[in-house]
Ligand binder design. Structure first.
Ligand code: ADP
Ligand code: NG1
Length: 459
């Protein structure tokens, strides 16, 4: 996409839209700051095809980037401050002095704090004492709080522009790792999937993202189907609620309980994947261990402290996050069972994509459906509207459908055979959106066929 000449008519709709968005961003920048931007950066959102809530347990996930993204127009300035503005008037201007410590208010997760997470990540990585001043205007098309990683796209875009403005350079893998770490300043203890695919995505490909060390491997998706995203139109802001971190904490406690039961040094082990590694067990064996060691009834604090030999004070400071201090009961059995079974489904999904059996679509669809059931029943991260939407998608021709991203609202991703896409879109449109005025107003940005986009870059 070149900024100086409009795209020729034969180029894709994506390039046309990008061209006009960049032009609008340039005008907004000039109006705001009285000068042209020096450069632009772009970071895509993502859809996770399978592997939900397991990245922070150390397990591989299988996302792809989408064409919805965060764009930023940027200039270095001499004002000694970072000035932030947004095309969307709901996101208010903000300015912060470069000489102050960057403070991020977790109790009040405004949009600019996500941007500042990216700035702080780069600043700390390079030990920059004097950040250069920057003037920025941001424009985003990733639906917020809907499981498509709008927040991480913003953090990654901010990390990228801060690196460029301060004349530093890093590999994409290093940038992804820094941005995964620094998004935690906002309070959510995510695992790194979103930032990894935002930087490491390539056109036309989904990726298996593995952690420790971070590595992205191409996954060739079957040609006979497309992935369709539909938003149930319920928003769930992760940083403003404790749902997400409660699950992170439950998994951490479950890891320690399993480690303790098998005589491992549980003070060192915080991830379910680490326990598997230490035991050199298969995922099937880990599921059997969950059955043997954990009980389905919720655990209270006393029971956990007694089993782990720790005090309540240690429990609160070492295991709970600041926004989960109020939680009294923990469903360890259900969460661990979801994680180990979901980790196995990711590997099977990849294997089916690689081996291309004749019934690939059915096998992949079954895995997606099992994933949704597990998220709904064991991980309890769905909501009635999302379950209703997933069911409608299956009735409308999808061979697999599941919630994607953190859940408790947001989007479903459905795998739909190519020849059924038109019928599918019509049925979901009529069955979920058109009969409700609020949803109908959001339909255009809520129901769409994905296009596999490339990752973060500059213009
Ligand atoms: P997601 O699942 O999309 O990452 P989160 O709830 O974690 O959702 O983060 C959503 C937040 O990210 C929004 O409330 C807003 O603060 C920020 N955000 C998302 N899109 C934009 C945008 N276009 N411009 C500014 N901030 C944005
Ligand atoms: P989204 O969908 O962006 O809220 C979150 C986490 C991911 C992952 C998924 C669930 C962040 C930044 N992102 O994604 O790491 O755990 O939930 O699979 O916390």
């Amino acid at each position: 996409c070149r900024l100086d000449t409009p795209p020729v008519s034969s180029t894709s709709v994506f390039v046309h839209i990008l061209y006009y968005r960049l032009q609008a961003l340039k005008s907004a920048f000039e109006k705001k700051y009285g000068d042209s931007p020096q450069f632009y950066a772009c970071a895509p959102g993502r859809v996770n095809l399978i592997g939900e809530h397991i990245d922070y347990c150390g397990y591989s996930v299988l996302p792809m980037a989408i064409e919805q993204n965060i764009l930023a127009a940027v200039s270095v300035n001499k004002s000694g401050s970072i000035k932030l503005a947004n095309i969307n008037p709901l996101y208010k201007d903000y300015s912060v002095s470069c000489s102050e410590d960057i403070a991020i208010d977790r109790d009040n997760p405004k949009w600019y704090y996500y941007f500042l997470c990216g700035v702080k990540g780069i600043q700390e990585n390079f030990g920059i004492t004097n950040l250069v001043g920057m003037s920025c205007v941001v424009d985003g098309t990733v639906p917020p709080s809907s499981g498509l990683s709008s927040s991480s796209a913003l953090v990654c875009c901010a990390g990228l522009v801060t690196m460029e403005a301060n004349q530093k350079s890093l590999s994409k893998v290093a940038l992804a790792e820094i941005c995964a770490k620094c998004e935690r300043y906002i309070g959510t203890e995510g695992g790194g999937m979103d930032q990894s695919i935002s930087f490491l995505a390539e056109c036309g490909k989904a990726k298996l993202i593995e952690f420790n060390p971070l590595c992205a491997t191409d996954v060739k998706l079957p040609a006979g189907a497309v992935f369709v995203i539909s938003n149930c139109c319920v928003e769930m802001n992760k940083a403003a609620s404790s749902h997400f971190n409660i699950r992170v904490v439950e998994c951490r406690i479950a890891a320690k309980m399993l480690a303790q039961a098998r005589g491992l040094d549980c003070s060192r082990l915080v991830k379910l994947a680490q326990v598997q590694g230490e035991l050199e067990a298969s995922l099937d064996e880990m599921e059997a261990l969950v059955e043997e060691v954990l009980h389905p009834e919720p655990y209270n604090r006393e029971e956990i402290c007694k089993a782990l030999g720790i005090t309540t004070a240690q429990f609160c400071s070492e295991l709970l996050s600041s926004n989960t201090q109020h939680v009294t009961h923990f469903r360890l059995y259900q969460r661990a069972k979801h994680v180990y079974s979901e980790a196995r489904r990711v590997l099977r999904f990849k294997h089916v994509c690689d081996s291309e059996p004749a019934d690939a679509l059915k096998l992949l669809g079954d895995l997606m459906n099992q994933s949704h059931s597990s998220c709904r029943d064991l991980y309890e991260c769905s909501c009635p509207e999302l379950d209703q939407l997933v069911e409608l998608c299956l009735k409308s021709g999808a061979v697999g459908s599941r919630l994607t991203g953190a859940g408790w609202g947001g989007c479903a991703v459905s795998m739909v055979p190519v020849e059924k896409v038109d019928v599918f879109l019509k049925a979901v449109r009529e069955g979920y959106y058109l009969n409700d005025p609020r949803r109908a107003a959001m339909e255009k940005q809520s129901l769409f066929v994905t296009n596999r986009r490339r990752g973060c870059h500059f213009y």
